[in-house]
Design a protein around this ligand. Structure first.
Ligand code: HC0
Ligand code: SF4
Length: 574
């Protein structure tokens, strides 16, 4: 440990702690716009300068480790003036469009300007004239609003290892843009939206599709059915002042009905269905010598990445569609038939923690299996929060309601899809039953949980050891894939039988469309909420869901039947 003083008050911190982190521990917030706990510090914005007593230096607190015996001055009139000038210089290159900006109210630059009481900018205003990039169905880049903090580039390179965004040009002209002047959609971007979740201002944001849902609700001819994803229920509350992880499922159902939606379904139901399909696919491959490891395919950014960089692994990918797409196709077939409604009269929408889901619904790989687009529009958690606020819905005072039948009820296995390791655990709960004919006594498989970027475990089923691995955050996937390719090239047994990959660190609970402020403590609270939701359910395994059993009995026949393949499975393109 290191003994230091923070504004004269002695404290002890572990060696290597930055001044910024030490100050936070002492209850002091040093302003910073480029630093983020998910990213390596690089000291770009200059706001976090502090003084060291007895030294003329002004180190940047985010990128400087504390030194034994030093006394750090974090705030005084002189530092405040330096910081104010830095903010004023940013404002001189930033458009004054707060009223119409998607980040108004949550913008970190706006908050900074408010905290410093800036009333006028003493520099000439020069805003770069660069057009918006709206080439992807998922996110919009508005480089005019960029403050050059670099978070988007670092998250794309460090957490995701995608390198779709790069620092272009130098000095004052630096821009964060796709390399070689291409549009984002022509870059390696996998549409995960992590750049939008980390951007402190309104320079990168989710494409707004709220009008599409509102128009459908307004149309008296349309029957509007909306599903909500596992991770939305433990995060939407944050937009209304609740702690991360608080479960608000019943209120979300109620809120959607107040918006005028005709049927409220739950993606968790289809997560149970995915497990029936994928679990059956896994047991089949395991027992008949099929291509292993089986790799999960429900994360569209992961699929996009695999198709771009590892298309030789297509045979390893589960052909089961994601729960969102399964829910969509059932809404327009099974449910539509029961309601005696034509497919064209149903508008199917999904509330997702994810920007990439907006892209998934457009993929030309059997995503129109009902005869029309199976999911018509996707809104992120952030968009739903906005919609509820503009509709005057007092979310916190809503009663808890139930989802609609017959494709709304879910088990604990369905809900844990939202956390890293959850799809694997849900699959194991059912695979155990498929192989042994019995229920796994402990229900849970705690060995696959946690936050390590890559985790592996050996699970005994019927005397056979099943080797599984989990990766989250795309930067963690490469090593795992290389290990598998190496084993294959050497003619060895595959190192794993089953692999789960989620593009975002923590899984969908930290998706690119979730409420702002995601970092590890928030991730952990949302994950805790997900497992609490699992424990609350009377049924914890997908195969126990009576409504799933009914869908098979009345409609799909059995898992991986011809009809299941026609409706619930997809393929991949190189
Ligand atoms: Fe997920 Fe999903 S778990 S990808 O993370 O599989 O977005 O929450 O909805 O589809 O269920 C996201 C979350 C989903 C899907 C499910 C899967
Ligand atoms: Fe990079 Fe993801 Fe943003 Fe695309 S969406 S630029 S992959 S962080």
């Amino acid at each position: 440990t290191v003994n230091i003083k923070m504004n004269g008050l002695p404290m002890e911190v572990p060696a290597g702690t930055t001044i910024l982190a030490a100050a936070k521990k002492a209850g002091i917030t040093i302003p910073a716009l480029c630093a983020h706990p998910d990213l390596e510090p690089w000291g770009a914005c200059g706001l976090c300068v502090v003084k060291v007593e007895g030294s003329p230096k002004l180190p940047r607190a985010c990128a400087t480790a504390v030194i034994e015996g030093q006394n750090y001055i974090t705030h005084d009139p002189e530092l405040n003036q330096v910081r104010r000038t830095t903010v004023e210089m940013m404002l001189a290159n930033h458009p004054n469009e707060c009223l119409t900006c998607g980040r108004s109210g949550s913008c970190e630059l706006q908050t900074m300007a408010a905290n410093f009481g800036i009333r006028e900018v003493p520099f000439e205003q020069v805003v770069p004239d660069i057009p918006k990039d709206e080439s992807t169905p998922s996110i919009v880049l508005d480089p005019r609003k960029c403050i050059k903090c670099g978070r988007c580039v670092l998250v794309c390179q460090q957490l995701q290892d995608v390198w779709a965004l790069e620092f272009q040009d130098r000095g004052d002209n630096t821009q964060m843009l796709p390399a070689a002047g291409v549009q984002l959609n022509d870059s390696p971007c996998i549409k995960c939206g992590q750049c939008s979740a980390h951007c402190p201002v309104g320079a990168i944001y989710e494409r707004d599709d709220t009008k599409s849902l509102l128009n459908a609700i307004r149309d008296p001819e349309m029957h509007v059915a909306v599903q909500i994803a596992p991770a939305v229920r433990v995060a939407l509350g944050e937009a209304f002042g609740l702690e991360p992880g608080e479960i608000t499922t019943g209120k979300i159902y109620a809120a959607l009905r107040r918006l005028g939606v005709d049927a409220v379904f739950d993606t968790n139901f289809a997560a149970d269905l995915t497990i029936m399909e994928e679990g059956t696919e896994f047991v089949e491959r395991l027992t008949t010598g099929g291509e292993l490891p089986l790799i999960t395919s429900c994360c569209p950014s992961w699929v996009d990445y695999m198709e771009k960089y590892y298309d030789d692994m297509i045979p390893n990918f589960s052909t089961a569609k994601s729960p969102m797409m399964m829910q969509g196709v059932l809404t327009k077939t099974y449910y539509a038939d029961q309601k005696k409604l034509g497919r064209e009269r149903i508008f199917s929408a999904a509330i997702m923690p994810c920007t990439s889901k907006k892209y998934e619904i457009t993929r030309d790989v059997n995503m129109f299996a009902s005869g029309s687009q199976d999911v018509d529009c996707v809104l992120t958690t952030r968009e739903l929060a906005r919609l509820l606020k503009q509709s005057g819905i007092d979310f916190l005072s809503l009663p808890d309601e139930e989802a609609d039948s017959p494709i709304g009820a879910y088990t604990g296995a369905g809900t844990i899809f939202g956390a890293t390791g959850g799809v694997m655990e849900a699959a194991l709960r059912t695979a155990y039953n498929l192989v042994t004919g019995e229920e796994h006594k402990g229900i849970t498989f705690e060995a696959v949980r946690g936050m390590d970027g890559i985790r592996s475990a050996e699970i005994a089923i019927n005397g056979k050891s099943i080797r599984v691995a989990i990766a989250h955050g795309i930067a963690n996937v490469r090593d795992l894939l290389e290990e598998i390719k190496q084993a294959k090239a050497e003619g060895k047994e595959p190192p794993y039988h089953f692999i789960e990959v989620m593009a975002c660190r923590g899984g969908c609970i930290a998706g690119g469309g979730q409420p702002y402020g995601t970092q590890d403590d928030v991730r952990e609270k949302r994950i805790a909420g997900i497992y609490q939701d699992d424990e609350k359910q009377t049924m914890r395994c997908s195969h126990q869901n009576p409504f799933i059993q009914e869908v098979y009995k009345n409609f799909l026949e059995k898992p991986c039947s011809k009809k299941s393949h026609d409706l619930l499975h997809t393929h991949y393109t190189s």
